[in-house]
Design a protein. Structure first.
Length: 256
């Protein structure tokens, strides 16, 4: 069984490729969050995988929170448990966080891998040029192929990451990660909105509802996946002051 979380398709693409090659059942954490499914049964599954993006050099807080509360039943002896993190460059402390979450459930992470894919946090960074995205996705394909080979061989591995400076750790822990939850206050919509409701449909936290044909973010519990802003068909949804002048990104190799 493979569980994945994805806002723009990068992690979904990786999960689909791994599932297809290993013959594994695929589960969307986004949908599980949305429907409040808090239990899985992995009986007779030879492997259990988690595929998700990294935010602020760590496991996305919403994913960490969900997995922390997830009940995982009937894990077979010898089950190969792995994580694949998609990131722009570094996955930071994501592996450590994942090991801690699983450890509290009496489970051990057999292996962790990373796949570098186009960074698309457009509220802070400009979107990379299309040719650069293409090159990065081509490199990701090669990397993912190697990851799949390692998973099929059930290799044990860990990700080597540089230790972050203490001030950066402090800022991420005290400001950036709490800021993910409160991201809703920065969303707004311009006159391009057609009231299609896609944003409401894709929000894994059920925070968006249409009022008078326009989306409204109802509370501060955002998953910060940016699915609403990146997948808006009219680029009507904005975040802060920068996104009206930048493009949008979804993985071109996956249906969302």
């Amino acid at each position: 069984m493979i569980l994945y979380f994805s806002g723009t398709g990068n992690s979904k693409y990786c999960a689909e490729k791994i599932a297809a090659k290993t013959g594994s059942e695929l589960r969307s954490i986004n949908n599980m969050m949305k429907k409040q499914i808090l239990e899985i049964d992995v009986v007779q599954s030879p492997l259990l995988g988690f595929v998700c993006p990294t935010y602020d050099f760590d496991l996305a807080y919403a994913v960490a929170e969900f997995l922390d509360g997830l009940i995982i039943k009937n894990v077979p002896d010898g089950c190969y448990v792995f994580a694949v993190f998609t990131c722009g460059k570094s996955c930071g402390a994501a592996e450590k966080t994942m090991r801690s979450i699983l450890g509290k459930k009496g489970m051990e992470l057999s292996a962790a891998f990373k796949v570098e894919m186009p960074d698309n946090y457009i509220p802070m960074f400009p979107l990379m040029e299309r040719d650069e995205q293409t090159r990065m996705l081509e490199n990701a394909e090669v990397c993912l192929s190697g990851v799949i080979d390692s998973i099929e061989a059930q290799k044990h591995s860990t990700i080597t990451t540089k230790q972050m400076p203490a001030p950066m750790k402090f800022l991420i822990k005290r400001i950036a990660i709490p800021g993910q939850r409160k991201a809703t206050k920065n969303f707004w919509v311009n006159d391009n909105c057609i009231g299609c409701g896609l944003c409401e449909t894709v929000c894994p936290k059920n925070l968006i509802c249409l009022q008078d044909g326009k989306p409204v973010w109802t509370k501060d519990d955002c998953a910060c996946c940016l699915g609403c802003i990146q997948r808006c068909p009219k680029q009507a949804i904005q975040y802060g002051k920068k996104t009206e002048k930048t493009g949008r990104y979804t993985n071109p190799n996956v249906d969302l």
